[in-house]
Ligand binder design. Structure first.
Ligand SMILES: [Zn+2]
Length: 68
């Protein structure tokens, strides 16, 4: 289990999100963005390229995080 914040993933708040896998983390992050930041178009309306960059960034941060 690893924990990242909304802000770590490009969002505007410090909500902690925990997941077992990076894929789960991204799903949880997107759910949170859509639920709590529906007007944050930077996150909810990414192009395919932007989404790939976003995923790459999260994968790198994920690898650097300690297991908790
Ligand atoms: Zn947030």
């Amino acid at each position: 289990m690893k924990t990242m914040t909304c802000r770590d993933m490009g969002g505007p708040c410090d909500r902690k999100i925990s997941a077992e896998t990076p894929e789960e983390m991204m799903d949880e992050a997107m759910n949170h963005m859509r639920t709590d930041h529906p007007n944050d178009k930077k996150m909810t309306s990414m192009s395919e390229d932007e989404r790939e960059d976003w995923k790459d960034g999260i994968m790198k941060k994920w690898d650097a995080l300690p297991e908790s």
